[in-house]
Design a protein around this ligand. Sequence first.
Ligand SMILES: *[C@@H]1O[C@H](CO)[C@@H](O)[C@H](O)[C@H]1NC(C)=O
Ligand SMILES: *[C@@H]1O[C@H](CO)[C@@H](O)[C@H](O)[C@H]1NC(C)=O
Ligand SMILES: *[C@@H]1O[C@H](CO)[C@@H](O)[C@H](O)[C@H]1NC(C)=O
Ligand SMILES: *[C@@H]1O[C@H](CO)[C@@H](O)[C@H](O)[C@H]1NC(C)=O
Ligand SMILES: *[C@@H]1O[C@H](CO)[C@@H](O)[C@H](O)[C@H]1NC(C)=O
Ligand SMILES: *[C@@H]1O[C@H](CO)[C@@H](O)[C@H](O)[C@H]1NC(C)=O
Ligand SMILES: *[C@@H]1O[C@H](CO)[C@@H](O)[C@H](O)[C@H]1NC(C)=O
Ligand SMILES: *[C@@H]1O[C@H](CO)[C@@H](O)[C@H](O)[C@H]1NC(C)=O
Ligand SMILES: *[C@@H]1O[C@H](CO)[C@@H](O)[C@H](O)[C@H]1NC(C)=O
Ligand SMILES: *[C@@H]1O[C@H](CO)[C@@H](O)[C@H](O)[C@H]1NC(C)=O
Ligand SMILES: *[C@@H]1O[C@H](CO)[C@@H](O)[C@H](O)[C@H]1NC(C)=O
Ligand SMILES: *[C@@H]1O[C@H](CO)[C@@H](O)[C@H](O)[C@H]1NC(C)=O
Length: 785
Amino acid sequence: MVSFSIWQLLLLSASVAQAAEITSDTYFYGQSPPVYPSPPITGTPSWAAAFEKAVALVSQMTLEEKANITVGYSPLTGCSGETGTVPRLNWTGLCISDAGNGLRSTDFVNGWPSGIHVGASWDRNMAYQRALHMGGEFKTKGVHVALGPVVGPLGRVAQGGRNWEGFSNDPYLCGALASETVQGIQDAGVIATTKHYIGYEQETNRNPSGGVEAYSANIDDKTLHELYLWPFANAVHSGSGAIMCSYNRVNNSYSCQNSKLLNGILKTELGFEGFVVSDWGAQHTGYDSAAAGLDVAMPSSSYWGLDGNNLTEAVKNGSLPESRVTDMATRLVASWYQMGQDVDFPARGVGMPSKFYTPHPPVYARDPSSKQFLIEGALEGHVLVKNVNNALPLNNPKLISVYGYDAPSPPEMNVGGPNDFIGGTWVYGYESTLDYIVFISDTSPPQIAANGTIISGGGSGANAPAYISAPFDAIKEQAYQDDTSLFWDFLNVDPTVDTSTDACLVFINAFATEGDDRTGLHDDYSDALILNVASKCNNTIVTIHNAGIRLVDQWIEHPNITAVVFAHLPGQDSGRALVQLLYGQQSFSGKLPYTVAKNESAYTNGGEPSLPEGEYTLFPQSNFTEGVYIDYKYFDQKNITPRYEFGFGLTYTTFSYSNLSINKLETVSTAPTAPPSPIIPGGVASLWDVIAQVTAVVTNTGNVTCAEVAQLYVNIPGGPVKQLRGFSKVGIPVGEPVTVEFDLMRRDLSTWDVASQQWLLQGGGYEIWVGSSSRDLPLKGTLII
Ligand SMILES: *[C@@H]1O[C@H](CO)[C@@H](O)[C@H](O)[C@H]1NC(C)=O
Ligand SMILES: *[C@@H]1O[C@H](CO)[C@@H](O)[C@H](O)[C@H]1NC(C)=O
Ligand SMILES: *[C@@H]1O[C@H](CO)[C@@H](O)[C@H](O)[C@H]1NC(C)=O
Ligand SMILES: *[C@@H]1O[C@H](CO)[C@@H](O)[C@H](O)[C@H]1NC(C)=O
Ligand SMILES: *[C@@H]1O[C@H](CO)[C@@H](O)[C@H](O)[C@H]1NC(C)=O
Ligand SMILES: *[C@@H]1O[C@H](CO)[C@@H](O)[C@H](O)[C@H]1NC(C)=O
Ligand SMILES: *[C@@H]1O[C@H](CO)[C@@H](O)[C@H](O)[C@H]1NC(C)=O
Ligand SMILES: *[C@@H]1O[C@H](CO)[C@@H](O)[C@H](O)[C@H]1NC(C)=O
Ligand SMILES: *[C@@H]1O[C@H](CO)[C@@H](O)[C@H](O)[C@H]1NC(C)=O
Ligand SMILES: *[C@@H]1O[C@H](CO)[C@@H](O)[C@H](O)[C@H]1NC(C)=O
Ligand SMILES: *[C@@H]1O[C@H](CO)[C@@H](O)[C@H](O)[C@H]1NC(C)=O
Ligand SMILES: *[C@@H]1O[C@H](CO)[C@@H](O)[C@H](O)[C@H]1NC(C)=O
């Protein structure tokens, strides 16, 4: 079915040769099959107009010009990357910039809530509005391509350094919010880059270093489809113009040259019409990577040649068909047309000099309409997990005591806002891992950022905020209005407590950054601080700014700890949002987008990344043998009781659930094999058909209007005990029951059949549950397929 050509054989022998330096070729556990040739963009109906225009433009380009636009050039602006241009045709190329939580490295932009915060909001509309307004900032600065959203890492490794950049370790929740984010960014006229494709679940050994190869994520076909690929399918279905391939290997073949992943799964099975861009430096071969499906190499390419000359030569000497280079260029240009960037797009990187302190005309990217979504986004991602003795909301306190390194603005922060690369060190302004964070623990990397509050994690996904509202800033403002007295101590691990205090607010964090995995899921310093305060204060309220899962079992049952908030990474309106929640001006409405265990051992591999071991010391292998059983699916499978289950979160009211109704749509075929259906972006079209609908009634049984996240879980016969397959966040007034609706698509109820290479419905009874978390599911029924 697929004919081998000389370049495929070279590709195979190249990887074997590389391996032979390490050990024999029987060494490999995972193998990735060759899939060639690379499928060209088809001009599917949703891309037809852009495709036609792209064909018309690219047909005027010479081979040299086509090759030239597939490689990055050292940016003349603050863009993270710039493609080559075609001066002869006045085609000015694309600016590509970090990242998914806001535009980095420049001024006059906002620091948005991070991915994990959006995940905790469980709010599709909020995800869309955040992306739309954030995307608008990229466009105003002449950035064509935003390097986000993140759906990989998904969160297999609890200690993963970049889990916070993504939404959730549940593929359905992650996929739904990725879909909204892609639509929002692209509705603003900017190409979204869904990343990192795929199996990039740890920072440890993500790149070759010191003679040790990048690790290989060995993932079986069923797990890949049902877990890691799932949110990418959502993103492609929503029209994501770009996909970034990741640093790691998958089945021992680098993601950016893995033909099975790029040619096979992404461009054939998912019908992806946009372009694949390498992560910065993730390319490891020349024309082989082009043949395998990589379209654009960033930030430059020694492999394809600094102006693409090696690609040109490879075409001329018969190693690579010119049609592949044409397709690479066409995919890039089609994405540009698809977002309307040929009309009135600002100049590349306008107002973004590569050094922000060099003179430049100001370009104000902060739209006043963003304000509402910055604060609402910040509000919605806070999750209240404990609240006893009416600790919250605070009610006209006379004295509040504030503790912990995470309460104030970073005190020694000399740089805020824009960020830059100075003296060989990244200075990300406020959010750096390096400039203001002095580490308390001896472990490297540290678990906490000990010199001030965090509003995002570190690395390329970090924020460039316009300002920071730290918790203590907002508390002071509220104290002024309420005539409350304050006591504070941010330095001592065993601070004093005024016995007259109404409440003790303790602020800690759990930091994470690109480039390193975390070294634990709780730290002794912060735990000691909390316990010391609680021993002296019977109304101790803990807030954790957590860039990932943070365990609480060292102190959660302490009787003096009356309230606990997972505050995640709220962006620049952090403190302002928190105070509105603590004082009951707004209700908490977030839910955990992950499971909080009682102990590290409850997670796959104890929550730790895979390390090089034994005979694999030089070629680390990460075997994803747990399959789809991560997070709550794993806890269900192993019968482990979590501390706080996936989907859990308190509000200032209570809800009751009733009137479950499950309806199969008789107008849509539920034959196990879907009727013949075209491939659209996202896969077989019929997978996206709604085949059943579920409704339930939610009643507010308390005293205040609050939003509830109603959740639907399904047992697909033969699969995990339950899987999230629907959620709906709605404001529910007291005394007015609200009907929530869930649409179930064919894909939601199907499993991947490895033998026939398709999604199949399982005939029989599907148990369906609806409720307020993955373990509080009062409504139960059966759907017969
Ligand atoms: C991964 O699988 C290979 C092949 O089965 C095995 O030799 C290796 O020990 C496994 N690695 C881990 C960490 O389990
Ligand atoms: C990886 O290897 C597994 C096991 O052989 C196979 O099921 C899967 O399809 C392979 N995937 C890729 C992308 O090579
Ligand atoms: C390739 O792109 C570079 C950078 O934009 C440009 O300077 C050069 O002229 C382009 N080469 C051709 C052949 O168009
Ligand atoms: C490029 O721009 C110049 C100056 O605006 C114009 O004279 C020329 O016709 C344009 N060339 C093409 C191919 O559009
Ligand atoms: C690729 O091009 C660069 C110059 O851009 C050259 O130094 C290098 O040797 C070329 N590599 C191959 C494999 O031709
Ligand atoms: C063709 O050109 C490429 C790129 O320079 C080079 O790597 C390859 O060895 C050449 N192949 C032949 C058969 O000359
Ligand atoms: C940062 O925090 C640590 C730990 O509390 C402290 O020792 C150090 O003095 C602080 N650094 C600055 C610059 O404030
Ligand atoms: C709780 O706080 C009170 C002070 O309000 C203190 O006397 C008591 O010992 C604390 N309880 C515990 C278990 O530490
Ligand atoms: C907490 O301690 C204060 C005195 O410090 C006391 O008035 C109050 O009743 C105590 N609250 C609880 C819930 O024990
Ligand atoms: C998990 O268990 C280990 C071993 O008993 C213990 O050292 C560790 O502190 C526990 N973790 C938490 C968060 O309690
Ligand atoms: C829920 O069901 C009950 C009993 O069937 C019915 O009386 C009630 O009207 C329903 N409530 C809503 C909001 O549909
Ligand atoms: C609602 O308010 C009433 C009267 O203030 C109070 O008795 C009741 O406990 C409250 N209910 C809830 C669920 O908070």
